[in-house]
Design a protein around this ligand. Structure first.
Ligand SMILES: Nc1ncnc2c1ncn2[C@@H]1O[C@H](COP(=O)(O)OP(=O)(O)OP(=O)(O)O)[C@@H](O)[C@H]1O
Ligand SMILES: [Mg+2]
Length: 460
């Protein structure tokens, strides 16, 4: 047998191995690696930016608008534009070429069709009047299952459909923030101040009770005092999407995982899990937007607990593979243990005081198969379906190379220009996320409708 036939790990020379090794790494070595990553990342991310260093959203063609965004025939669309010269007319890249429109213009056109077009067609998405926005969280403590990709595409789909969307990044990795071109200097531009403020409000009412009892008040530390001035609107930034705003994240947000338990030790009666939910509500976020999308870190820490407690629709992405399925099962075990222990802790006190107990409730919970390969995973996915029943969404999000490609420019599929791809590849890749949205939109309008009917019944 010649040495060429050896397995790659046989016949290695210790001297050659040593020669190619390089020096040992000290702590500063990590900083140097991080710096190299930062430079490469900025180079890559910069490719999606305009001259001012801002992300911009591409324009949408007539073909795309009539196929995906406004359900009218192309000929009719063109006729309506001709008859209404005040409407956005689009721009062409070549003489007599296809017309392209910004998303702002698409939203204007959609509003026009909704006001003037056939009443039987759905131009504006359903949202019951007077009812709050729905909060959708994407969570799983397993890493890399497609949480951020799913959440980002859902936000973009909802926006393309005409909903007003707030995206909240709760992951200190900040991937969602990168996708939406967010700029976050430190934890003060993340949800951190909302949690601090919620704690601060609790301390204030606690201190009032203490004063009434003649006890010394608990001190309001500087961090907390500073947060008392801040609202969700102060933290939300505009994105390159006209109807998507972002509360971003970066590494410093991880500090919350250390700070929250310290605050809880200082004030045992602080309901830390309610912080995000109650601040979003108090700041009017649920009136200002239609859909709030939360991206969570691959961990069940305090930020994820806050996200889940604020959530109406919980989506749990998982691959159709043994390890991911097993891990997802453990995640549901942990969810049960975590929320049951919060309920138990509260309900002992509630019973003692004769108050109604705490019981968490989610409008809908679905596991979603992501990165699905029908040629390899059909049997496994069918087995998961058999065990999970309706909890597993019947829609499987296909694996698509478009996500990886689109992500290189830190963009979603909806941000990529279809002319950069083979048309069929584009249509298939896009369909994967259109169907994910269709499945989630069905949940969304279903739970809104349920609420609407319940509200009407309660008013009778
Ligand atoms: N439908 C898909 N087809 C192909 N690749 C996908 C798909 N969804 C996600 N990916 C890829 O899988 C990888 C992990 O995805 P993503 O970052 O969304 O996971 P995550 O659960 O948010 O990870 P983390 O736990 O680190 O937050 C990424 O490289 C992404 O491009
Ligand atoms: Mg992620």
């Amino acid at each position: 047998m010649s040495s060429n036939d050896l397995a790659p790990y046989h016949g290695l020379s210790p001297d050659d191995a040593m020669a190619s090794l390089g020096a040992p790494l000290d702590t500063d070595g990590f900083a140097a690696i991080a710096e190299a990553c930062r430079k490469g990342r900025n180079d890559l991310a910069g490719r999606g930016l305009d001259d001012q260093g801002e992300k911009t959203l591409r324009r949408f063609s007539t073909w795309e608008i009539t196929k995906y965004l406004i359900p009218v025939a192309q000929a009719h669309f063109r006729r309506v534009l001709r008859q209404n010269p005040d409407l956005p007319q689009g721009t062409t890249e070549t003489e007599g070429g296809a017309k392209w429109f910004s998303l702002d213009e698409v939203l204007t056109l959609r509003a026009f069709f909704a006001a003037e077009g056939a009443k039987t067609r759905e131009y504006l998405p359903y949202r019951p009047q007077g009812l709050p926005a729905k909060v959708i969280a994407v969570a799983n403590f397993k890493g890399g299952v497609g949480k951020t990709s799913t959440a980002a595409h859902l936000a973009m789909s909802a926006a393309l459909d005409g909903y007003r969307v707030l995206v909240v990044d709760l992951d200190s990795q900040g991937s969602m923030t990168s996708i939406f071109g967010g700029r976050v200097a430190d934890e003060w531009q993340t949800v951190f101040p909302l949690l601090a403020r919620h704690y601060g409000e609790h301390l204030r009412s606690e201190n009032q009770a203490r004063l009434d009892r003649g006890e010394a008040p608990l001190p309001l530390e500087d961090t907390v005092a500073q947060a008392m001035e801040l609202s969700a609107q102060d933290l939300a930034q505009k994105t390159h999407w006209p109807n998507i705003d972002l509360i971003g994240a970066q590494l410093d947000l991880y500090w919350a995982e250390f700070q929250v338990p310290v605050w809880r030790m200082a004030a045992r009666s602080w309901k830390l899990w309610d912080a995000l939910s109650e601040r979003l509500e108090a700041d009017g976020v649920l009136e200002q937007y239609d859909v709030v999308i939360l991206d969570t870190p691959p961990a069940l820490g305090y930020l994820t607990i806050n996200a889940l407690a604020a959530t109406d629709i919980l989506l749990v992405p998982t691959g159709a593979s043994f390890l991911e399925f097993e891990s997802t099962g453990r995640f549901f075990d942990m969810l049960h243990a975590t929320f049951a222990s919060i309920e138990d802790g509260e309900n002992i006190a509630a019973r003692a005081l004769g108050r109604p107990g705490l019981s968490f409730e989610w409008d809908a919970v679905r596991a979603i198969v992501t990165r699905y390969d029908g040629s390899q995973q059909a049997e496994f996915a069918a087995l998961m379906q058999a065990y999970l029943g309706t909890v597993l969404s019947p829609y499987r999000q296909d694996f698509t190379a478009l996500v990886g490609q689109a992500n290189e420019q830190v963009a979603g599929i909806y941000e990529a220009d279809y002319r950069d791809f083979n048309r069929e590849t584009y249509v298939r890749g896009r369909a994967a996320f259109d169907e994910t949205w269709a499945a989630v939109k069905r949940l969304l309008i279903g739970v809104w409708r349920r609420d609407e009917l319940a509200a009407a019944q309660a008013a009778e």
